[in-house]
Design a protein around this ligand. Structure first.
Ligand code: AMP
Length: 423
């Protein structure tokens, strides 16, 4: 199956070939024909599957065909997405795929001055990519009228709900014309999401791509057992010994991300953090420096990392294991994008063993354990005051009384984290 077989028009085919896409991904193969038939679509898929092109290509094609005889400045397509990074990335993709069609897009998001965004809107655009808050704001100020929207995409719907955007979404929906083509994408489909989709979609077809296993199979994974305190030393050790070009490190908290950057800096490793407390400019700058190779390590929290699209990300490090197993799959999906394969390693301390078990259950795989490294943890985190040097000198087998103590502690920790998970 090729893009040509899907009936894509020449100017888009040219752009895709320039971008180096030879074949459609499964979600593109399934969604594009439905969308070209003007049907609504419910897509169960996450970032990394190629879903942006799956909706962008048909939208560009529809608009390009209708503009042959009738060009105007009205906004015809609206894509709403939760994060600024994702919005920028989607708009970039529209620019790439539509570059030979003359179709114009712009992107609006909060956290920056609105001047440039309103100027672009006033010049006229066909496609608007937006985060909900700024969209409503500019609608209220009269810069945006949704009355001419023919194509509406709600992207990452589950994140939208998690981030508390539901009222914004409802306000936006109220301003959309009822005659339109609607697309709804979500990585998970809990009942709240299905309910929301009913408010948006008319007669729709469903496409599901289950990237969980596919991603997990594609990515080379490994786990290091290490105490909480020795994690930074292990990270420095790996970065220094393996000479990796680009590493994305995941931290559970914003504070943790800042701390990792500071400690790496102390060891002469250039890194930057991106998370919700950083300004948009700081986040963009960090991302650009990372893409250019000026910094080789980016430390991110889950929400901030969601939109990051880096073609050649060599390594993902789960500095903290996530307590939600699906998050692990999202994270490792940052490497091994589209057809590339990647490497993802996880640091697991005693408290995180239960998380590791849940992850292995979800991906239906046992993640190989790296048994040879200088910071093998034989003691749990309650004895972390011991230095890493001590850790290094301890043999992994330890003595039997230590082993028993550890076993008891492990069981206790597991019970604690299980009960925490249930809360
Ligand atoms: P997305 O899920 O839209 O974020 O896309 C994930 C990554 O796959 C992005 O880096 C895209 O540029 C890339 N991609 C999308 N479609 C294709 C394709 N047909 N062939 C190769 N790469 C693709």
């Amino acid at each position: 199956m090729t893009f040509k077989d899907l009936g894509i028009i020449e100017p888009i085919l040219k752009a895709l070939s320039e971008k180096g896409y030879t074949h459609p991904t499964p979600i593109q193969e399934q969604s594009i024909p439905i969308l070209l038939r003007n049907k609504d679509l419910m897509g169960c898929a996450q970032t990394g599957t190629g879903k942006t092109a799956a909706f962008a290509i048909p939208i560009i094609q529809h608009i390009a065909n209708s503009q042959k005889n009738n060009r105007n400045n009205k906004i015809k397509a609206l894509i709403v997405t939760p994060t600024r990074e994702l919005a920028i990335q989607i708009a970039d993709n529209f620019t790439i795929y539509g570059k030979h069609t003359g179709i114009r897009n712009t992107v609006i998001f909060g956290g920056v001055k609105q001047g440039k965004q309103t100027q672009a809107l006033q010049r006229g655009v066909d496609i608007l990519v937006a985060t909900p808050g700024r969209l409503l704001d500019l609608m209220q100020q009269g810069y945006i009228n949704l009355g001419s929207i023919e194509y509406f995409v709600l992207d990452e719907a589950d994140q939208m709900l998690d981030m508390g955007f539901i009222h914004d979404i409802k306000k936006i929906l109220a301003k959309l014309p009822s005659k339109r083509q609607s697309l709804f994408f979500s990585a998970t489909m809990p009942s709240s999401i299905v309910e929301l989709s009913r408010k948006i979609l008319g007669d729709f077809d469903t496409v599901t791509v289950k990237p969980e296993q596919a991603t997990a199979e594609k990515v080379e994974q490994a786990v290091y057992f290490v105490s909480k305190k020795a994690k930074i030393k292990l990270l420095v050790y790996i970065l220094e010994t393996q000479n990796i070009k680009s590493t994305l490190v995941f931290s559970r908290t914003k504070h943790g991300a800042n701390k990792i950057v500071k400690l790496l800096d102390r060891d002469g490793i250039k890194a930057a953090a991106i998370h919700g407390n950083k300004s948009q400019t700081a986040r963009q700058k960090a991302l650009e420096n990372f893409k250019k190779g000026i910094i080789t390590v980016l430390v991110a929290t889950d929400i901030a990392a969601r939109g990051i699209d880096i073609d050649e990300l060599a390594l993902v490090v789960n500095y903290d294991l996530p307590n939600i197993p699906e998050t692990y799959v999202h994270r490792i999906g940052r490497t091994g994008r589209a057809k590339a394969s990647g490497i993802a390693i996880s640091f697991c301390n005693q408290e995180e063993r239960a998380y590791l078990r849940d992850i292995q259950k979800l991906i239906n795989q046992k993640i190989p354990v790296i048994t040879e490294h200088p910071f093998i943890n034989v003691h749990d985190d309650s004895s972390e005051e011991s230095s890493s040097q001590n850790n290094r000198n301890r043999s992994r087998s330890g003595n039997s009384s230590n082993r028993n103590k550890n076993r008891n502690r492990n069981q206790k920790n597991r019970r604690n984290s299980n009960s925490r998970d249930r809360k």
